[in-house]
Design a protein around this ligand. Structure first.
Ligand SMILES: NC(=O)c1ccc[n+]([C@@H]2O[C@H](COP(=O)([O-])OP(=O)(O)OC[C@H]3O[C@@H](n4cnc5c(N)ncnc54)[C@H](O)[C@@H]3O)[C@@H](O)[C@H]2O)c1
Ligand SMILES: O=C(O)C(=O)C[C@@H](O)[C@H](O)[C@H](O)COP(=O)(O)O
Ligand SMILES: [Zn+2]
Length: 358
């Protein structure tokens, strides 16, 4: 078992390892009621994992996956909490993938203006990224994660045993964020992928466990330094760093009406961001090729539709990094050497997109 400290506004621990969920009862000790939000597929696990909780457990079943991140689901959970007489001595727990933890965290941030929140991520993506760092929220038809709050968990419990039931496609989606962490901050992660891509697709492999721990450490370190994502400037890159690949990824997700896996969209977005870095004269061609090789070695997509650029470019204007009508990208000069590009040349953007189309 490993404990990784997040030292932002309200310090908390991420506990990661086989059997970590045994720590859940302690994380909600003293809470009279514990609302446990989860997708239908995890009902049995939730019953087992919450059996040792002293307070009253109130399971709330959410729609599966991204369908949970809507205003109507949010409102329905608020009403369930009201009906249950949920007060400030109670706690919200999110058990599931990143969609569940994003919604559950937002519920906790907004109920009575904020109650205790504990995150129990059950996908690779949620363990290494979504459950850590306090970004919560929902989607709108107009754009991804457009409504939300920063609300830090009191604890994150990442039990690697939970990954045993995850489909290979969902596991793979999480690898995209890990590869992102590798390129922005941790070359050793890239070496782990290059040494044994198949091990990264095996939920029980020690190599995946090591890479997950490294990835959580990257995320913890970045959000500890800049929880609220202050505007980054040039080579001074704070939390916006974690948005590498996401400007295009979120536009694809919106275009696909949130039916694409986030991780798959991020994989395409990483290829785009690397290619754009190269087109603008920064990243070397071999480093772009390294992105493509690692992403494809684990079966992630790197291309998107050739006729979609105008639509995707328009959506980017609502990206949260944009300021006024200046769209901004996290780009790389090299591995672990990021910078912020403000309003890059439109022709360069189109050229880079053209290079990643199928
Ligand atoms: N807040 C953040 O910092 C942050 C970071 C990255 C991603 N995100 C968000 O996370 C979401 C993506 O998360 P995700 O990839 O985990 O998707 P997800 O939450 O939709 O989960 C993927 C699927 O796996 C199922 N599942 C979850 N755990 C399982 C398990 N142990 N066994 C079997 N099935 C299981 C879910 O029911 C779902 O069908 C997106 O909404 C993205 O925007 C947020
Ligand atoms: O934690 C962050 O900050 C990130 O950017 C991590 C991303 O992987 C994640 O998808 C996040 O939800 C995107 O944030 P957004 O502010 O662009 O919606
Ligand atoms: Zn992401």
């Amino acid at each position: 078992m490993k404990t990784i400290r997040v030292n932002a506004e309200r310090p908390y621990d991420v506990t990661v390892g086989h059997g970590a969920v045994a720590g859940l009862a302690d994380a909600v000790a003293g809470c009279a009621k514990v609302a446990v939000l989860h997708p239908p597929v995890l009902a049995d696990e939730v019953a087992r994992w919450t059996a040792g909780i002293a307070g009253e457990v109130i399971p709330i079943v959410l729609p599966d996956g991204e369908a949970a991140k809507t205003a109507s689901v949010l409102a329905s959970v608020w009403e369930a909490l009201a009906d249950a007489g949920f007060t400030r001595s109670d706690a919200v727990v999110g058990v599931g993938g990143g969609a569940t933890t994003d919604l559950a965290g937002f519920v906790a941030s907004s109920w009575l203006r904020g109650v205790r929140y504990v995150s129990v991520p059950t996908t690779v993506l949620a363990m290494v990224d979504a459950a850590v760092g306090g970004k919560t929220g929902i989607d709108l038809p107009q754009g991804k994660n457009l409504v939300g709050a920063f609300w830090e968990p009191a604890a994150v419990v990442a039990d690697l045993d939970a990954l045993a039931t995850l489909s290979i496609d969902e596991l793979r989606g999480g690898l995209a964020e890990m590869i992102k962490h590798g390129f922005i901050a941790d070359p050793r992660t890239l070496e782990l992928f290059e040494a044994d891509p198949a091990a990264m697709l095996d939920s029980a492999s020690p190599a995946l466990a090591e890479a997950i721990e490294r990835s959580i450490a990257v995320k913890a370190s970045v959000v500890s330094a800049d929880l609220r994502e202050a505007t980054s400037v040039g080579k001074q890159v704070g939390r916006e760093l974690l948005n590498y690949g996401h400007t295009l990824a979120h536009a694809i997700e919106k275009r696909e009406h949130y039916t694409w896996r986030h991780g798959d969209a991020v994989a395409v977005g990483l290829n785009f961001a690397a290619t754009l870095s190269h087109v603008l004269g920064h990243l070397s061609a071999s480093d772009v090729e390294r992105h493509r090789a690692i992403l494809t070695s684990v079966g992630l997509p790197i291309s998107y539709e050739s006729d979609a650029w105008a639509d995707l470019r328009a959506t980017m204007n609502l990206d949260k990094k944009a300021r006024g009508d200046a769209v901004r990208f996290v780009l790389l000069d090299g591995v672990a050497d990021p910078f912020i590009a403000v309003a890059p040349d439109e022709a360069a953007l189109a050229t880079a997109y053209d290079e990643i189309t199928r």
